[in-house]
Design a protein around this ligand. Structure first.
Ligand SMILES: Cc1cc2nc3c(=O)[nH]c(=O)nc-3n(C[C@H](O)[C@H](O)[C@H](O)COP(=O)(O)OP(=O)(O)OC[C@H]3O[C@@H](n4cnc5c(N)ncnc54)[C@H](O)[C@@H]3O)c2cc1C
Length: 304
């Protein structure tokens, strides 16, 4: 990364919005991860100028939302990390449509919908991601998923142009979309909800929140479910049946409360977490013949 690139980037981003050697442990819910060469939180206007600059200089960039589904390697991230949560975020309702900026917390969006007497988004109230990250991951819980309620998105294309895409164009599937492979950046999402009784909606949100609190190890840093749910099984049960409840590598542990979560019990490195994931996946395969696939995304450098 040469000086000219950095000077230009600093000019675009403005004072205080560019951080060098930024520990990614500050930007991930696992609270692990080495340093990003450069971390920026642009506003929408600057975003396309930054991606354009990176393209011209051959510098890689990585988009992150709230970092709640990420395991960043201890070696950090080369290039530029673009954090989307600093964007000035819109949140508005028109009829049964709710529009939210990509950096807006999903939980806040669901709470806003509830206040407007709009139902359908209750499942999302306890998911700690941003709207953009939730669309990319087709986040879901308790029988609902983003795919059920997403009408359309506004994205920034690899060519630097804004465009609108209908939900059907995003190939939303189980915890996936085609957004990363098409190098799109979500700027805004529009959800189609339905009218409902605000009190009933609030009650459903409160019930789901209580169920999460009872069953999930929310007291420790994690990235939610470590593995995808294999068809016909539950990852947590497979892990428990294979005897991994409470199993640790360094500071990483298979949660004793919910085996589907690997938690950071304090001082875990990305290497600890990755080694534990491998150990669990191998052990479960040997025990049940089912290979678990990671749900969390691994980015950056993982020195052996
Ligand atoms: C305690 C806990 C509970 C959880 N429960 C659930 C659950 O019930 N259901 C569930 O589905 N998930 C759950 N998760 C996982 C996580 O919250 C979701 O996957 C969430 O949607 C990720 O959003 P994020 O903003 O944190 O994305 P990040 O983790 O920052 O990024 C995820 C991916 O999205 C990309 N991305 C993020 N924003 C954008 C954007 N604007 N444009 C383009 N690409 C973008 C990133 O590049 C990355 O590939 C949980 C996590 C935790 C810690």
């Amino acid at each position: 990364m040469d000086r000219q690139f950095l000077e230009e980037l600093e000019r675009i981003t403005g004072d205080g919005r560019l951080l060098r050697h930024e520990p990614m442990s500050r930007h991930t819910t696992f609270q692990v991860g080495g340093e990003a060469d450069v971390f920026v939180r642009p506003d929408e206007e600057n975003l396309s100028r930054i991606t354009g600059l990176c393209a011209r200089h051959g510098v890689e960039y990585h988009i992150i939302g709230n970092g709640s589904n990420l395991l960043v390697g201890d070696g950090g991230i080369r290039g530029v990390v673009i954090g989307m949560t600093g964007m000035p975020s819109r949140l508005l309702a028109k009829g049964t449509l709710v529009t939210a900026g990509a950096g807006m917390p999903l939980a806040k969006t669901a709470a806003f919908a509830a206040e407007q007497g709009l139902c359908g988004m209750e499942f999302a109230a306890g998911i700690p991601g941003s709207v953009g990250g939730a669309v990319v991951m087709n986040a879901g819980a308790y029988g609902g998923e983003i795919k059920d309620i997403l009408e359309k998105v506004v994205v920034l294309g690899a060519d630097g142009r804004r465009q609108e895409l209908g939900a059907a164009e995003l190939e939303l599937g189980y915890r996936r979309s085609c957004i990363p492979e098409r190098h799109l950046i979500v700027l805004e999402a529009v959800f189609r909800l339905a009218s409902g009784d605000p009190r009933e909606i609030q009650a459903k949100i409160a019930d789901l929140r209580d169920r999460r609190r009872d069953r999930q190890p929310l007291e420790y840093p994690s990235a939610g479910s470590t593995f995808k749910r294999p068809e016909g099984y539950f990852a947590g049960k497979l892990i428990m049946d294979a005897g991994f409840k409470g199993c640790s590598v360094g500071g990483a542990q298979v949660s004793e409360k919910h085996c589907g979560f690997i938690v950071n019990r304090g001082g875990a490195t990305a290497q600890d977490i990755r080694a534990l994931m491998r150990k669990v996946a191998d052990g479960v395969e040997a025990h049940s013949g089912v290979r678990l696939e990671p749900e969390i995304k691994m980015i950056g450098e993982f020195p052996e």
